[in-house]
Design a protein around this ligand. Structure first.
Ligand code: PLP
Length: 400
């Protein structure tokens, strides 16, 4: 398939790097390549760029820039938050609350905490994928030191009410962490007003480079580093900084800051257009996630009677890139843990696809993608049950 004709609908997995980001990064590889720890002019301009990027990230969170620490991405930030905080504060308690539909970076960190002797409660969300403050309140104990609930889910896009959850956590004496990898730069975040003590974010979900992210740690929240070395990042995350990546993250954050509102309304329009077209062209499809409180570009759909992986491959052959679960778990044959936790049967979860729209999508692409998806679903259903399919007349049209 000619690359120019392909349609990318997998922006929750990763995004293309914005040209404006690449240009800024190039400068910090080719010319301003200094080490921010060096005292000479090269080092000073690198240090200035580091400080600017920190301010750009902080601005999107309404945070102090001193509370931002760069990491290698969302995964490292999640590990630092959970394991770093709990190991440092073990004397205060050994109970941790997370949700059962977190990204594997949180789920695996929680498993590691259990291996270290902590007790972890995994809260089930409601059928829309929402983790409620009431559920958190019911799970709090005198020993709870940390509550970690994601801002927006990476598969179904449901957005949680962080202010309500953090209030419950704080009332019970725990600190609150959120994995905001999917929402940073796309939803307004105010760490103070929302009661967030720690927050994880990543560059490659916001048209920045891969392998760069950050953790926000509120002043006074103490955690153990996960690696040891020099004095960089206040020793929270030592090691020579990935300056081109950090500059890229900073520029990507600035672009999100300027374009967040217009981008969200464009994406919601395209997403609704795609959903409406799928609904008019297909029977037996169901939307997963919250009908209103979900990310603008997210569409997670169950296509009854269709094997999701087969549909994904059929769409890929037609040049449409979608996903069947989070990117990190694709290749695994078990159904999406997010979909089964919100109540889908393993079969329905296997019949579901995630389509996530982004900056590079146009209405023409959405129209074309909708037609390709409709035809592919009808063809797969027909191949499965050629005589009983109620869409067999539609199939004749597809074959014609
Ligand atoms: N958390 C969530 C919700 C994600 O969607 C992802 C990436 O898919 C991560 C964490 C991991 O981030 P990174 O790829 O930067 O390590």
């Amino acid at each position: 398939m000619n690359r120019a004709k392909r349609i990318y609908l997998d922006h929750s997995a990763t995004t293309p790097v914005d040209r404006r980001v690449v240009e800024a990064m190039n400068e910090f590889m080719l010319e301003k390549f200094g080490n921010p720890s060096s005292i000479h002019a090269y080092g000073r301009e690198a240090k200035d760029a580091l400080d600017f990027a920190r301010i750009s990230v902080a601005k999107l969170l309404d945070a102090e820039s001193d509370d931002i620490f760069f990491t290698s991405g969302g995964t490292e930030a999640d590990n630092l938050a959970l394991i770093g905080y709990c190991t440092r504060n073990r004397s205060r308690g050994t109970h941790v609350i997370i949700s059962s539909i977190e990204h594997s970076a949180i789920l695996r960190s929680a498993k590691e905490l259990e291996a270290l002797g902590f007790i972890v409660t995994r809260l089930r969300p409601d059928r829309f994928g929402e983790v409620t403050a009431n559920a958190v309140e019911a799970a709090m104990t005198d020993h709870t030191i940390l509550v970690s609930v994601m801002h927006a889910n990476n598969e179904v896009g449901t957005i949680n009410d962080l202010a309500a959850i953090s209030h419950v956590a704080h009332t019970g004496g725990a600190v609150f962490h959120t994995d905001a990898v999917q929402s940073f730069g796309k939803l307004p975040i105010f760490v103070g007003r929302m009661g967030i003590d720690m927050l994880s974010l990543s560059g490659h979900k916001i048209y920045g480079p891969k392998g760069i992210g950050a953790i926000y740690i509120k002043h006074g929240v103490d955690l153990s580093p996960r690696q040891f070395g020099g004095h960089q990042e206040s020793e929270v995350r030592p090691g020579t900084e990935n300056l081109p990546g950090i500059v890229g993250l900073g520029v990507a954050a600035d672009l999100c800051h300027d374009e967040m509102v217009s981008e969200a309304s464009k994406l919601a329009y395209l997403r609704d257009e795609l959903w409406n077209r799928l609904q008019s062209g297909l029977e037996r499809i169901k939307l997963n996630g919250h009908p209103e409180r979900r990310m603008a570009g997210n569409l997670n759909v169950t296509f009854d009677g269709v094997e999701g992986e087969a549909l994904l491959v059929a769409l890929d052959l037609e040049g449409v890139a979608v996903s069947s679960g989070s990117a990190c778990s694709s290749g695994s044959t078990s159904p999406s843990h997010v979909l089964t936790e919100i109540g889908l049967s393993p079969q329905a979860a296997h019949s579901s696809l995630r389509m996530t729209l982004g900056r590079i999508n146009s209405i023409e692409q959405i129209e074309r993608a909708a037609n390709i998806i409709i035809k592919s679903v009808i063809r797969l259903r027909f191949m499965d049950r050629p005589y009983s399919s109620s869409e067999s007349s539609a199939m004749q049209a597809v074959l014609a």
